[in-house]
Design a protein around this ligand. Structure first.
Ligand code: GDP
Length: 181
């Protein structure tokens, strides 16, 4: 993939969301089609390039991970300032990460010029069945859908582990981004 070595325009997509919701894993699945059970150490990269075919057009995306910087608001803000679109992740097995979505949206809307497209992503949906058996409450899909609607955001549930919906989520967001830019 030499796309980014040319002068071709790359759309900037930033991953947001609490620590441990699966941002690095999501990127690893998307870009390398891999999953690692333990990604406690960051991948050591600021961004990954990925070309997706969106409606027949090869489209270059520059995907930024805010890895490890969730706590450093000022740094995170600088990522959003120049973003064309945002993938905002929460963990469906972690209510706190869902409740914090609001803060992330506020921050994104605070720093970005226009209404940038946001894809709200409920990640780790592969854990739902087990959680049900363990009587652990998960964030229901309908809650995610409703929250996304209030922010005029897109919504989907994914698993970086089994790969479900990962490419679809990014494709869907990319379509919106291309419409707006
Ligand atoms: P980040 O801090 O948001 O970048 O989160 P990580 O990508 O480091 O993921 C945190 C932990 O959750 C790691 O142990 C991952 O292996 C795990 N994880 C990430 N995505 C998924 C998923 O979709 N399903 C499951 N079961 N585990 C996941």
């Amino acid at each position: 993939d030499l796309g980014y070595m040319t002068s071709e325009k790359a759309y900037r997509v930033v991953l947001a969301g609490d620590a441990a919701v699966g941002k690095s894993s999501f990127l690893l699945r998307l870009c390398k089609n891999e999953f690692r059970g333990n990604t406690s150490a960051t991948l050591g990269v600021d961004f990954q390039m990925k070309t997706l075919v969106v409606d027949g057009e090869p489209t270059l995306l520059q995907l930024w991970d805010t890895a490890g910087q969730e706590r450093f608001r000022s740094i995170a803000k600088s990522y959003f300032r120049r973003a064309d679109g945002v993938l905002l992740l929460y963990d469906v097995t972690c209510e706190k990460s869902f409740l914090n979505v609001r803060e992330w949206v506020d921050m994104i809307e605070d720093v970005s010029q226009d209404d940038i497209p946001i894809m709200l992503v409920g990640n780790k949906c592969d854990l739902r069945e087990q959680a049900l058996q363990d009587r652990v409450t998960c964030v229901p899909t309908s809650f995610g859908e409703k929250l996304a609607m209030t922010y005029n955001a897109l919504f989907c549930e994914t698993s970086a582990k089994d790969g479900s919906n990962v490419i679809e989520a990014v494709l869907h967001l990319a379509r919106e981004v291309i419409k707006q830019v």
